[in-house]
Ligand binder design. Structure first.
Ligand code: NOJ
Length: 445
């Protein structure tokens, strides 16, 4: 397998996110985000880690963009921190923050790297959390103000936009389970956040379409093949419910299909009876591309003791399957299967893989990181993607997660996903063997 097998126009990139790499979290005019405050709460992030400094990308962006180029990628995906440019979430603009992203974009363009800009990658301004954050309909007007500012400010330079990163991720972890910022729990909060995020992704698309000429507009979804533990009716139905929740909840309203209530009746109660439902016509947008983010499959078993979903995950470790340092099963066939599942929606124009990667317990020894497991992971997942592409799936790009080890949310700095090793004490970067593997993969004719 060579990069050329994917076609000369195929876009190869690396992905990052503001809160995970930038640092300068409370300086240079930036207002706090929900992650800055959440990480200060005892026990919320492993080892008390905090995004305050992260990878110091705020100061080192030139060197880091140089690394993107050295590794041979054509695309750099990064996100704009909402509270860096609008410290209170709305109103007052922080010019220093505005200039920072001008500099990042200009640096990409000067290096012939295409910027893919994510608007919302989980770092809501703390000021908006006080009003209920994503559970409150007022977030939609505020989000639209932020999108409008970004579109007007950067739209003449940036053509490729991602409205929201993994809405299922931040609504479920942050508003139902409480393990991510802002730490809210319960189904009422979750489903309110789901509906407002669904409106936001489509509204964001419309604003970009009206403000940015020749914009290429996408949004991203996490996805996992859901494998029933057995072929028993109970396990099959449990798997179907989890599929509705994890794979279908956000994309189907975006595509104009509404929420998947027919396959999981509970959704009916939480969607059509919610006040946000009166805006349901705003939940649809004709995206130019859909970004899929896949890491692992899930094996699901019926469990009557779990409220509402009545389903339980049988972990990779307990099934004695190969897994990453996150405990996520390594299974490239499931990547192929989930790509095919999404490709079956008739009205998706094209798919991009906007994240895929793996964390391992990397060791830096004599300036080398020998991360063969990561190389194996990428090569098997790329082969699976090529198979889907060769069967006619319109996949036009792939972005590896991630450029360098960074702040992995509630896991802190211990979970290392980077192609480049970050020493968080010195901010020294060291290209891992997997980084060199990518370089030669992308250079090969
Ligand atoms: C999903 C998220 O978009 C990203 O921020 C995160 O670091 C990776 N997946 C790995 O968990």
């Amino acid at each position: 397998m060579k990069a050329a097998d994917f076609g000369a126009d195929f876009l190869w990139g690396v992905a990052t996110a503001a809160a995970q790499i930038e640092g300068a979290a409370t300086t240079h005019g930036k207002g706090p985000s929900i992650w800055d405050t959440f990480a200060k709460r005892t026990g919320k992030v492993k080892k008390g880690h905090h995004p305050e400094i992260a990878c110091n990308f705020y100061q080192q962006y030139k060197d880091d963009i140089a690394l993107v180029k050295i590794l041979g990628f054509k695309v750099f995906r990064f996100s704009i921190s909402w509270s860096r440019i609008l410290p209170l979430g709305k109103g007052l603009v922080n010019e220093e923050g505005i200039n920072f992203y001008h500099n990042v974009i200009d640096e990409c363009l000067a290096n012939e790297i295409i910027p893919y800009v994510t608007l919302y990658h989980w770092d809501l301004p703390e000021a908006l959390a006080k009003n209920g954050g994503w559970t409150s309909y007022s977030v939609n007007a505020d989000f639209n103000e932020f999108v409008m500012l970004c579109a007007k400010t950067y739209g003449n330079k940036v053509k490729n936009w991602i409205v929201i990163n993994e809405p299922f991720g931040f609504t479920s972890l942050g508003y139902m389970l409480g393990v991510h910022a802002p730490g809210e729990t319960g189904l009422t909060n979750f489903f309110a956040a789901v509906q407002h995020a669904t409106i936001a992704q489509a509204d964001g698309g419309r604003i970009l379409r009206s403000e940015v000429s020749h914009a290429n507009i996408g949004t991203t979804f996490s996805c996992s093949e859901i494998i029933p533990y057995t072929q028993n009716a109970a396990d099959l139905l449990a798997a179907k419910r989890v599929d509705c929740l994890m794979n279908r909840l956000f994309i189907e309203p975006a595509l104009g299909m509404g929420f998947p209530t027919a396959d999981w009746d509970v959704l009916e109660k939480f969607t059509v009876s919610h006040s946000a439902w009166r805006h349901k016509e705003r939940m649809t947008f004709d995206f130019d591309f859909i970004g899929l983010q896949n890491y692992f499959p899930l094996v699901i078993k019926f469990n009557a003791f779990i409220p509402v979903i009545q389903a339980w995950e049988v972990k990779a470790k307990n099934r004695k399957k190969a897994h990453t340092a996150m405990g996520w099963e390594i299974n490239a066939d499931s990547f192929y299967n989930i790509i095919k599942q999404f490709a079956a929606y008739p009205n998706i124009k094209n798919l991009m893989i906007t994240e895929n990667g793996a964390a391992f317990n990397d060791k830096l020894i004599d300036n080398y990181v020998q991360d063969n497991e990561r190389i194996d992971y990428f090569s098997s997942y790329l082969k699976a993607m090529l198979k889907a592409k060769n069967e006619g799936v319109n996949i036009t790009g792939y972005m590896a997660w991630t450029l360098m080890d960074n702040f992995e949310w509630a896991e802190g700095y211990q979970a290392r996903f980077g192609l480049v090793h970050t020493d968080f004490k010195t901010q020294q970067r060291t290209i891992k063997d997997s980084g060199y593997w990518w370089k030669s993969f992308l250079e090969q004719e």
